[in-house]
Design a protein around this ligand. Structure first.
Ligand code: PLP
Length: 484
């Protein structure tokens, strides 16, 4: 009884005192008091499998022994905890370990800027860096992108208009803007980008840089095809436009390689890193090629750029992921989980698409009763479209599984079946049903209709099976008619 009373009281006081802008706390009314690996224990005594993992931060799960040991070692050594951006042995070891993991071509000529301890500040630094180095202002960014919440990072995120930022289509299969998907859809997206840069009347002046996520995370787990990423590299390199890879969420083994750009072999000019690099504590950096290093001393200052505990926890995490080949493990396990989810999709018409890379997995929920191509039902921030979003030519019902394989590289363009409208309310119901079954999942995507799994890279096969069991039950329960 004491347990539960404390739990209720804390939640009640949070609702009464914290900001209306609070986020995860709304959908996940839990009060974590202890955690280890995949598991969180709440003040109510309940245990949860945590597939939110600090929004993709906890590569090794909660309180991994090597992380705790690294933190204790710094505490016990008497080292200063606050040092601005001064040199320390802890920072030196972190930088050495981080450089060790980078693509060789970049590592050989890399510079590092320690930023204020959030991904969004490292994005700000990256934008400032390329603007200073090129003397240009404009940026190229992608539909559906998420780069953070400060002004510059928001300006390159989808949904934040800024006259200095040109929007380019991010390739995707299920909701391909060209209605094609696959390699052909991605190639059209690349040609649009190329054309915009070379057409002297496109209205887009030569930009200071291009920023992209190798897999869009908050945008709904959309992996960029490797071929498209290589095209973006060629297009930017040929025009002396710095390419910024935002690996805040995809880094440190998450997608099956240490850095997600490695899948394509692309070497970016700038990499933005945060989340997992701090081993669960706040840390953010920008890595870039030395010839871009022309900004002035103090160009990107900040009081909290020397978090020694985060650097120690981060170095231990990076080393553990590397030594234990956890990226490879994430790749193998992720492929298996994706296959299992896809077979689940065949029994659930409300699953529009299953996608992901490594242990960055998304299940898009749709409304199977709506006509394909219809506008999403009005709810929350979803803006209803006047009438009949449905396009008559797509009369046959969409087979969500067949819809995934559209597009034939090199052949005639094949029109993909129209996707079903997203189902944000169903997704919220799935999230609630997951929580009732002791599983914490995140929602993402344009309409918050994508259930996201970001488990620690350390999970066992049994834990992966338990996650999928609970998710499968939750989808069945939420999709049941008259679910209340
Ligand atoms: N970039 C990407 C790709 C992200 O996913 C996020 C956060 O989710 C950010 C930047 C912003 O990081 P932070 O929330 O630490 O500011």
């Amino acid at each position: 009884m004491g347990h539960s009373a404390a739990h209720e009281g804390i939640l009640r006081r949070q609702a009464a005192r914290e900001s209306a802008a609070r986020t995860y706390a709304r959908a996940l009314p839990i009060v974590p008091v202890r955690a280890r690996g995949l598991t969180i224990e709440g003040a109510d005594g309940q245990r949860y499998l945590d597939c939110l993992s600090g929004a993709g931060t906890l590569a090794l799960g909660h309180n991994h022994p090597v992380v705790l040991e690294a933190i204790r070692k710094v505490l016990d050594s008497g080292a200063p905890l606050h040092v601005l951006d001064l040199a320390t042995p802890v920072k030196d070891a972190f930088t050495t370990e981080l450089f060790h993991t980078l693509p060789r071509e970049l590592a050989d000529r890399a510079r590092i800027q320690f930023c204020g301890p959030a991904g969004t500040d490292a994005v700000e630094a990256a934008l400032k860096l390329v603007r200073t180095a090129t003397g240009r202002e404009g940026m190229l960014a992608f539909t559906g992108a998420y780069h953070g919440m400060t002004a510059g990072a928001l300006s390159v995120s989808g949904g934040a208009p800024d006259v200095r930022v040109a929007r380019l289509p991010y390739p995707q299969d299920y909701r391909c803007p060209f209605g094609i998907g696959g390699a052909d859809g991605a190639e059209l997206a690349a040609r649009w980008t190329e054309n915009l840069l070379d057409d002297t009347k496109s209205g887009v002046p030569r930009p200071a840089g291009m920023i992209l996520e190798p897999v869009q995370g908050e945008g709904g787990v959309i992996p960029a095809p490797d071929g498209w990423l290589r095209r973006m590299r060629e297009i930017t390199a040929a025009r002396a436009i710095p390419l910024i890879a935002d690996e805040v969420q995809t880094g440190v083994g998450r997608t099956g390689t240490f850095w997600a750009v490695e899948h394509s072999g692309v070497v970016p000019d700038v990499m933005v890193l945060s989340k997992a690099i701090g081993g669960s504590l706040p840390l953010a950096v920008v890595i870039y090629r030395d010839d871009l290093d022309v900004w002035q001393p103090g160009a990107h200052a900040g009081t909290f750029r020397g978090n020694q505990l985060a650097m120690a926890a981060g170095a231990a995490t990076l080393a553990y992921v590397r030594e234990n080949r956890l990226a490879e493990r994430a790749g193998v396990l992720g492929t298996r989980m994706l296959a299992q989810l896809r077979s689940l999709a065949t029994d659930h018409p409300c699953i529009g698409e299953v996608r992901g890379r490594g242990l960055m997995i998304g299940v898009e929920l749709v409304d199977p009763a709506a006509p394909p191509g219809a506008a999403p039902a009005a709810s929350g921030d979803v803006i209803p479209v006047a009438s009949g979003g449905a396009i008559p030519e797509a009369s046959s019902p969409v087979d969500p599984v067949a819809a995934r394989s559209a597009g034939t590289p090199g052949g005639a363009l094949t029109r993909a079946p129209r996707p079903l409208p997203p189902a944000p309310e169903l997704a919220a119901a799935v999230q609630r049903e997951c929580l009732r079954r002791g599983l914490i999942v995140e929602l993402g995507g344009r309409h918050s209709s994508v259930v996201r799994l970001l488990p620690p890279l350390t999970i066992t096969d049994e834990q992966a099976a338990a996650i999928l069991d609970r998710l499968s039950d939750a989808i069945s329960a939420a999709a049941r008619p008259h679910h209340g």
